[in-house]
Design a protein. Sequence first.
Length: 191
Amino acid sequence: MKGIAPVMLSAYANAASRALTLRPKCKGMRWSVLAGFGRVESHHAAGHRIAHDGTITPRIIGARLDGSGAGGNKTKVADTDGGTWDNDTSYDRAVGPMQFLPSTWNGPTGQDGNGDGIKDPHNAFDAALGAAVYLCGAGHSDLSDDNQLRKAALRYNHAGWYAQYVHQYFDAGARYRAEGLDYWFRWRPSR
């Protein structure tokens, strides 16, 4: 698919299809929603190698959240993972293609999307499934409703500009479908 590596697209599609199982009160999760976040957060891991199992190298590690304003964040976020995911033992950094804070990933958001027994935010399948779970939340939600989808986007990043920015990419799903997504689903490798 133009602009999205096949493994990333597979990760988005698999996560969208599994979201209802993990969050049965959630409706409306679609691959294009996850792709919207993936586009904004990491350009679908562009410039990185994405192995068939979803492992992304080199790792995608965001700006150090030390209050300096790097990455647009002026809030200090002390280390919560001992540097496990972000290689930083003083401050946290967003990690992986969906840019999770380690503290968020190490909670109920962290998922094993590729079935290898490891919940790794640097893995495309794990990160996409974690994003689906996080966006669905714990209660009833219908992500086909624009207002609820916007609220989910604001949970992901509390800035109004962010919700608006990521929302423009949800609509890209219609364009991708027109470019042959249905065909892609017929030939994609099974998991």
